[in-house]
Design a protein around this ligand. Structure first.
Ligand code: DP6
Length: 341
């Protein structure tokens, strides 16, 4: 049996969305996300002696050979092999597992590429970063971005910023940075994920990003994304839920508006998505509480609220969403990636 390394990497949900990219996974505008805790991928990387030339990598997803994702991982490995010696020096078996059910329709590329990058980096440079966790995570973020853009933000918690923004110090297109000045009310945010539809995605994120090239509103959207990045950093620092709600919901709808107004228009929201959104907005108005929604590139609804009102919101969701949603996953801000072995 070879040496085994195990990393857990959480998923993240964007507040200011990344939508549109250039060559080499460079984002068209900056984004800000919240790192979760219950929704994660665990990757076990087993190393042994090589038996032939080239990259020797076997990939299992939940104990099964998943050819589609295995090909994506191999392409990824080829594109980063010059930066990760382990890829050419050892034979590797990767076992990947998600904490959330496969059928939930939750995008897993962020947590998967996050966990894979962490394990490969750790295996490539044992001991090098023992005294500098920040440098390690920054490097892992750089590598994760090459696999999937949003993955680079999962390295930091509770909030991360990705994309060069002239008003944000140390921001970069190549890796994410942690947002450090967070008001206590935003250090503990709940995200109840309403699974409206769990059928596999018909349109990949990559396809969506590509439609931003030549999109009639591209320039305005990218400027808005950069502006909103600065706004949300200020909101998170001041602890302003009212402004957070307004910006978060607007950015989610803008993301979907971009899909609907592209050259090949498409719609990812389902009737249940709209019903759930109406109920959340109604709850907010009726009870005067801080609760809002966001969406990723799919029909599921993320319900965000401060942890102090968790009981009230959970009770509401469990009773009012029957018949609209298949499942609810209660998640919250976490602490970022963790080495398990
Ligand atoms: C809507 O990171 O999945 O979730 O870089 O092509 O892998 P690739 O795209 P991906 O796009 C995420 C899009 C989004 C918004 C976001 O997470 O910022």
């Amino acid at each position: 049996m070879g040496k085994k390394i195990v990393w857990r990497c959480p998923s993240n949900i964007a507040i200011v969305k990344y939508w549109g990219k250039r060559q080499n996974q460079i984002p068209a505008s900056s984004s800000v996300s919240m790192t979760l805790t219950e929704s994660y991928t665990e990757v076990e990387l087993e190393l042994s002696e090589k038996t032939k030339d080239g990259i020797e990598l076997e990939y299992f997803f939940e104990d099964e050979k998943n050819e589609g994702f295995a090909k994506r991982i191999l392409d990824y490995a080829n594109s980063v092999k010059n930066q990760l010696p382990v890829l050419t020096e050892s034979r590797m078996v990767i076992q990947s597992r998600n904490s959330f059910p496969h059928s939930a329709g939750i995008a897993s590329s962020a947590s998967s590429f996050g966990a894979i990058s962490l394990a490969l980096l750790d295996a490539s440079f044992p001991g090098k970063y023992v005294n500098d966790r920040y440098e390690f995570l920054k490097r892992a973020s750089f590598l994760a971005r090459i696999g999937s853009g949003s993955a680079c933000r999962s390295m930091f918690a509770p909030f991360s910023i990705w994309g060069k923004n002239k008003l944000v110090r140390e921001s970069s297109d190549e890796y994410a940075i942690p947002d450090v000045d967070i008001h206590p009310t935003f250090r503990d945010v709940c995200d109840s994920i309403l699974i409206v539809d769990s059928t596999p995605k018909k349109f990949s994120s990559s396809f969506g990003h590509s439609l931003m090239r030549g999109h009639p509103y591209a320039r305005q959207r990218f400027e808005q994304g950069n502006r909103r990045t600065v706004e949300i950093i200020d909101i998170l620092e001041r602890g302003d839920w009212e402004k957070f709600i307004h910006l978060t919901e607007s950015d989610a709808l803008t993301l979907h508006a971009m899909m609907m107004t592209s050259e090949s228009p498409y719609l990812l929201m389902k009737p249940g998505t709209l019903l759930a959104i109406e109920k959340i907005q109604h709850l907010r108005k009726e009870k005067g509480i801080s609760v809002c929604f966001t969406l990723d590139a799919g029909p599921n609804v993320h319900v965000l609220y401060p942890s102090e009102i968790k009981d009230q919101v959970v009770t509401f969701l469990e009773s009012s969403m029957t018949g609209i949603v298949n499942q609810i996953i209660h998640d919250k801000t976490g602490k970022g990636p963790e080495k398990l072995r």
